[in-house]
Each structure stands twice: as C-alpha cells, then as structure tokens.
Ligand binder design. Structure first.
Ligand code: SF4
Length: 96
C-alpha cells in the first residue's frame, strides 16, 4: 500500500529559516521529542533554507501518543504548525 507523506499545510513560525510567507519549504520535517510535539526541524539562522517550490512534508514523528501516529510516522492528511511559548509545535497533535 502506498503511503503519502503528509504536508505542512501552514506554519506561523516566521522566524524559522525554512519558512516563507507562512509556508514550510523543508523537504521533510521531524516532529516531536518523545515528550512534546514540537517541530524538531525548526532553525533560526540568517540563511534561508529549504526548496522554494516545495511544500514541506512530515518525514517522521516521534510522538507515539498522538492518535495520528502509526509506527512513528504521521498519518494525518496534513498538519498545521504554530507557535507555542518560545518554540514551534505541531497543532494537529491529538493525544490518544
Ligand atoms: S514547520 Fe518547522 S521547519 Fe517548517 S517552517 Fe515551520 S518551524 Fe520551520
């Protein structure tokens, strides 16, 4: 069975190097720290990162307590990323 990589539908973290106009341009992000559903790919650097005509996908997710998580992969149709305190979080995370 083919598995599709979920897209980052939008990201409000304008200070991330992979963000342009509220879109993520990393090829694939990793979500989670096994304790919190943060975007683990977030980077605040002067260099612009990513691929301009690519929309970021969720390459892996370490939050196995999310109901969308299967075998440490994300099965949501897409995710939203936003600001939580001083870091970027997956806002689609839903506790099992
Ligand atoms: S989803 Fe993560 S890597 Fe992509 S722009 Fe937002 S914070 Fe940066």
């Amino acid at each position: 069975m083919a598995v599709m990589m979920p897209k980052v539908l939008d990201c409000e973290v304008a200070g991330c190097s992979y963000n342009k106009n509220k879109a993520c341009h990393a090829m694939a992000i990793t979500v989670g720290s096994m304790r919190h559903p943060q975007c683990d790919t977030y980077l605040n650097a002067t260099q612009q990162g990513g691929v301009p005509d690519t929309t970021g996908g969720v390459g892996a997710c370490k939050e196995d307590d999310c109901r969308f998580n299967r075998s440490l992969e994300c099965t949501a149709s897409g995710i939203h990323v936003g600001i939580h305190m001083d870091h970027a979080d997956c806002k689609t995370f839903a506790q099992r």
